[in-house]
Write a protein that binds this ligand. Structure first.
Ligand code: SF4
Length: 202
């Protein structure tokens, strides 16, 4: 099993254990996909683990959606309100299929760690989501797993690339260069390097 798959599985086990110990039952359900309209980020290793599982139709949607996301990032990466503007634009994740995640077993850590026990209506873009609506501990657990994968990526490549899901997967599908300077050069040329919400190379 790859380190990415091991971290996906370990997070699922940690979450199940935590929820059972606390007697928490998430209200997240199949078909409830408000959070799949938000800005999701992942690292290169997670992207590389997800890519081989995409169907042809999913790859086609990615080829269509990737450049659009990169253009949005180029325009909005410095805007403090970019994530909420993006969320309110109700642009679905390219893997959302009939209200369900089309890559569910291979979805990123960021998707796995976002859970609520609250009213699902409060997850919607137009809702005034109260503070604490999303469970803090599951999110922290997911974040710790992300950090473990960043370390693994740094061991393998010497640096880590983190970016928006459709944009990063699109670039991986096109073939991301190997060296750090080349990757930074490409992202700079595309106008999506750095800023508040742009790609991070660290
Ligand atoms: S990968 Fe799946 S769970 Fe994550 S945002 Fe996309 S459709 Fe939703």
């Amino acid at each position: 099993m790859s380190p990415v798959e091991a971290n996906w599985e370990a997070l699922e086990a940690d979450l199940a254990d935590y929820l059972a110990r606390k007697g928490l039952v998430p209200s997240c359900r199949a078909g409830c996909a408000a959070c799949c309209h938000g800005l999701v980020t992942l690292s290169r290793l997670e992207g590389e683990a997800l890519l081989p599982h995409l169907t042809e139709a999913q790859q086609s949607r990615l080829l269509e959606e990737g450049p659009k996301r990169l253009a949005l990032l180029r325009e909005g990466k410095e805007d403090p309100r970019f994530p909420s503007r993006f969320f309110q634009s109700r642009t679905p994740c390219p893997f959302l299929e009939g209200g369900l995640c089309g890559v569910y077993p291979h979805r990123p850590l960021a998707c796995r760690g976002l859970l609520t026990t609250g009213d699902p209506a409060l997850c919607a873009p137009e809702a005034k989501t109260p503070k604490g609506h999303f469970l803090a501990v599951p999110w922290r657990m997911a974040h710790r797993r992300m950090e473990a994968l960043w370390e693994e990526e740094r061991r393998r490549h010497g640096f880590v690339v983190i970016g928006e899901l459709a944009g990063l997967l699109y670039l991986l599908l096109q073939g991301l260069p190997e060296g750090r300077g080349e990757v930074e050069g490409l992202l700079r040329e595309l106008g999506v390097l750095g800023g508040r919400w742009g790609f991070q190379v660290v």
